[in-house]
Design a protein around this ligand. Structure first.
Ligand code: ZN
Length: 455
């Protein structure tokens, strides 16, 4: 081939490449337009034909970040949403406002689409939060049968009793590991009968997800420090010690800590409700520890359903507040926090509030930040003494912080990079977040997960 022919061939080949590239770009634009239009209008059959041709641009977005999945979600086409997801449409993609297809469906109340974008309940796996009792069949139907429970306590060879000393659990240790000390009835028989100890029936321990009455019946008894001395003399060959505060239960494994938390909440409630909140008469231990009954026969609490008779539970919101662009996280330092520890904002709910309202009020009161969308994450029993932490993720609509010094020492925005360093305990100022046993830890991780696509 001559030099001139080589140059011509090179020129032709280069232009052919450019022409074919332009063609493919044009067809790509056509494909996207068609994809958006068919998705927005719910044209399932035509969309099936289109996606069978190509799936490479299924996640294409317009200049505002809208994808075909978002158009289908906006207009309530659940069947199209399913088809797009099956063909590789990403549910986590966000538009320029930070909304996913699910956010858009929720905003426009497109319930079939919300269902299509949310995994079936059976596939959901909530985080296994510390203090959540899992392997216990509470067998609540047995609580009123005091005769059956007394027989089970005294005669079942599998029955075990955990002992609490003034509401705090008694542990056994080999110097390395701590466990709840499990007593047999014969170990405590005299103490229970002579001292007329009120024994709580916690339930029947089980393995896995089975719900059955076969397993070890588990009870809990609360004793005074004097009685502990007596008990320790009988078990002088063992290293037993009572916790002085429940926070130390973090040394137990998750299952045992959850039992310790459950019984602590109940004993704490009993110790504060010896007198009826309705009429001030004495109350009696009842229903295996899950009720206190007023001794005044004419008391309103005896005639009507009154929650003063049942164990107390205090709903508390805790929220990871993200900035409006989801790139920063609002964290605060409470007045009693460990030095340098930062966590999510939290507060007790009040009567008449929805969970979302309580979240918006607490965050505004403590930090001056207003919250728009509030989403549920998960919940955690928090036995200090009887809270239920309702974990949320909120999106801020303002940025300027005004700290309520009566509630917090400090509050500030942290970038994703800083939060990562805090989780790894490598922050230059030594800042860190709560341990994995606290739901705050998991809410902060949820922010890291959510903001990952922003980097
Ligand atoms: Zn009463």
């Amino acid at each position: 081939m001559t030099r001139r022919a080589e140059i011509w061939l090179s020129f032709f080949t280069r232009n052919l490449h450019i022409i074919s590239k332009r063609r493919s770009r044009m067809s790509s634009f056509d494909f996207e337009d068609k994809l958006f239009s068919l998705s927005a209008n719910g044209k399932l059959a035509e969309l099936k034909a289109l996606t069978s041709l190509s799936k490479t641009n299924i996640n294409a977005a317009n200049p505002n970040g809208w994808t075909a999945l978002m158009y289908a979600a906006r207009n309530g086409h659940a069947d199209v949403v399913k088809l797009l997801v099956e063909n590789g449409a990403e549910k986590d993609k966000t538009n320029s406002l930070g909304q996913t297809a699910l956010d858009i469906a929720a905003f426009w109340s497109q319930h079939p689409v919300i269902a299509a974008l949310t995994p079936p309940l059976a596939d959901k796996r909530e985080p296994l939060h510390f203090f959540t009792v899992r392997n216990l069949n509470r067998a609540s139907e047995m609580r009123k049968d005091s005769k059956l429970l007394a027989e089970m306590l005294s005669s079942s060879s599998d029955a075990r009793i955990v002992v609490f000393v003034k509401n705090f659990p008694l542990l056994s240790t080999n110097g390395k590991r701590y466990t709840l000390k499990m007593f047999k009835y014969s170990d405590l028989k005299d103490l229970i009968n002579l001292e007329k100890l009120e024994v709580i029936f916690l339930g029947i321990q089980r393995r896995g997800d089975e719900v059955s009455h076969s397993g070890s019946p588990l009870f809990a008894a609360n004793i005074s420090h004097d009685k502990l001395e007596l008990l320790l003399t009988s078990f002088s060959n063992e290293n037993l010690q009572a916790l002085e505060k429940l926070r130390d239960a973090f040394i137990l494994d998750a299952e045992q800590a959850s039992l310790a938390g459950l019984a602590h909440s109940l004993f704490d409630w009993h110790s504060r409700h010896e007198y009826c909140p309705t009429c001030a008469h004495k109350t009696d231990f009842s229903e295996a520890g899950y009720k206190r009954k007023c001794t005044n026969e004419s008391c309103l609490a005896s005639r009507e359903v009154k929650n003063t008779s049942y164990p107390r539970l205090d709903p508390t919101i805790i929220v990871a507040v993200m900035s409006s662009d989801r790139t920063q996280l609002l964290l605060a330092r409470g007045r009693k926090f460990l030095p340098k520890m930062w966590s999510c904002l939290a507060g007790f709910m009040e009567p008449g509030e929805s969970i979302e309202d309580a979240c918006r009020r607490e965050v505004f009161e403590e930090s001056g930040i207003t919250i728009g969308h509030v989403g549920y994450h998960s919940s955690q029993p928090w036995p200090f003494p009887t809270q239920l932490m309702i974990g949320l993720v909120g999106q801020a609509t303002t940025q300027t912080i005004t700290v309520d010094k009566s509630e917090l020492d400090e509050a500030r925005w942290f970038s994703r990079a800083e939060v990562i360093k805090m989780t790894m305990r490598k922050h230059p100022e030594g800042f860190f977040i709560p341990p994995h046993q606290a739901i705050a830890h998991h809410l902060i991780k949820a922010f890291l997960h959510d903001s990952a696509s922003k980097i």
